[in-house]
Design a binder for this molecule. Structure first.
Ligand code: CTP
Length: 207
């Protein structure tokens, strides 16, 4: 399957990458197209050998927090028409789960995550690079709601993590990575025109 096209969707934490990707995929799948999605989050490093205390010290907003070697290998395998074992990750225990899920190759693969465009080793795999550009105050508000509701975090822990790592790493790695993007999307998952542009690009590829 050498014609496989890989699309990267990146942007800061809480920028709306997931909603944008979910909306796009739902509309494309409705039309019966052959497409898969991978989340960079699933490639956070396995930390089962570390204590909870040590896991809390990890900087999850640094490119090194991800096992990009494995993601790279999986992208190459999918391009070669091979099935991959997609890892599972738990945000409550900060580590990888023991089970994985087989993902079969497809004509279009979408990868979504914060450090995709900040990682030079991954860039050659992407046929199209999209950056979701959302003001930081909106990202933070979404992140607070999401972390309390879905990731079992306290407000104190969210604000400490934001000051210590999320914000500085955003400025160091994520924001500059927008310059590698082919398309910059404002207003996240609600940007109807950007969704239509991406959809028609994917339809062209799948023709
Ligand atoms: N993270 C964390 N604890 C972990 C692993 C990751 O708090 N054990 C946080 C990191 O701080 C990082 C964020 O998870 O900033 C990455 O996920 P994010 O991009 O926020 O998730 P999405 O739902 O993909 O984002 P979006 O709101 O853009 O859809």
């Amino acid at each position: 399957m050498s014609n496989t096209r890989i699309i990267a969707i990146s942007g800061g934490s809480g920028s709306g990458k997931s909603l944008f990707t979910k909306t796009l995929i739902a509309e494309i799948l409705d039309e019966g197209m052959d497409i898969r999605v991978l989340c960079e989050d699933h490639y956070y490093r396995d930390q089962t050998h570390l204590s909870m205390e040590e896991r809390l010290q990890t900087n999850y907003d640094h490119p090194q927090a991800f096992e990009h070697e494995l993601l790279e290998k999986h992208l190459a395998q999918l391009k070669a028409g091979e099935t991959i074992e997609y890892p599972e990750y738990c945000f409550k225990t900060h580590t990888r789960l023991s089970q994985s899920q087989p993902i079969t190759p497809a004509s279009v693969i979408i990868v979504e995550g914060i450090m995709l465009l900040a990682s030079p080793e991954l860039l050659p795999y992407f046929d199209l690079k999209v950056f979701i550009d959302t003001p930081l105050d909106i990202c933070l508000l979404r992140r607070i709601n999401r972390d309390v509701q879905e990731r079992g975090r306290s407000l104190q822990c969210i604000s400490e993590q934001y000051e210590n790592t999320v914000k500085p790493m955003y400025h160091k790695f994520v924001a500059p990575s927008r310059f590698t993007a082919d398309v910059i999307v404002t207003q996240g998952g609600k940007n109807r025109i950007a969704l239509d542009v991406l959809k028609s690009h994917i339809q062209q590829v799948l023709k």
